[in-house]
Ligand binder design. Structure first.
Ligand SMILES: [Fe+2]
Length: 210
């Protein structure tokens, strides 16, 4: 299925992924990928939307109405304006820091530890606090048993970065076959107590059906 000019790949029951263009992050090439979840009411939950193109409408109609545009952290915001223009009736959700960073966007709600009523039956979530650099909301899709991490866990192919960037990426711990939280961000979790508390909330969630 063509979606957004990209291939929309089934990932599990009621969940799809689509890859977008490569972007630059401080000179490092970063791939982009979004996730589409169809909620029980038939509407679509779009996580980290990638760039939008003309193939969107047909594929969107085929899957269901786009109702929720979700940015999990303050780094995943580059394509939100395209989506809010194309889907003015969709609700936009962002992390606390992103709302301050992108005052040009009209967010309908700020993401917290409690899932929005609109998706609470399908998706759970927790805010991973404790870092001065990155606050990310981690989601869990019950039906497919999929956890959605954006930047907290990274896993680039071994040959993705070239030269000194490849060395830096390996030292940073973001290269296959050992996906992990980048070391620089790990060290930004100065409030370890808060991070542990929220990590435990994730773990409890998993053991109780997450
Ligand atoms: Fe990212």
């Amino acid at each position: 299925m063509s979606f957004n000019g990209q291939n929309l790949q089934p990932f599990g029951p009621e969940i799809w992924i689509a890859d977008g263009p490569v972007t630059s992050f401080y000179g490092f090439p970063h791939s982009t990928r979004m996730t589409v979840i169809r909620l029980s009411d038939g509407s679509l939950f779009i996580w980290s939307p990638v760039t939008l193109s003309t193939g969107l409408s047909a594929a969107g109609d085929a899957l269901g109405p786009v109702r929720h545009l979700v940015s999990p952290n303050a780094l995943h915001h580059l394509f939100l304006a395209e989506w809010t223009s194309a889907y003015p009736k969709a609700r936009l959700y962002g992390s606390p820091r992103l709302r301050r960073k992108r005052r040009d966007l009209s967010f309908n709600a700020e993401l917290g530890d409690a899932p929005e009523p609109a998706w609470a039956g399908d998706i759970d979530q927790v805010v991973l606090h404790g870092s001065f650099a990155l606050t990310e909301i981690v989601f869990f899709h019950h039906h497919s048993r999929t956890v959605l991490f954006a930047d907290l866990i990274q896993n680039f192919p071994r040959d993705w970065f070239e030269g000194w960037r490849g060395v830096a990426a390996r030292l940073g711990g973001i290269v296959a076959p050992h996906p992990s939280a980048p070391r620089d961000w790990r060290s930004s979790f100065l409030n370890r107590r808060a991070a542990r508390r929220h990590s435990r909330a994730c773990s409890r969630g998993r053991s109780s059906g997450w």
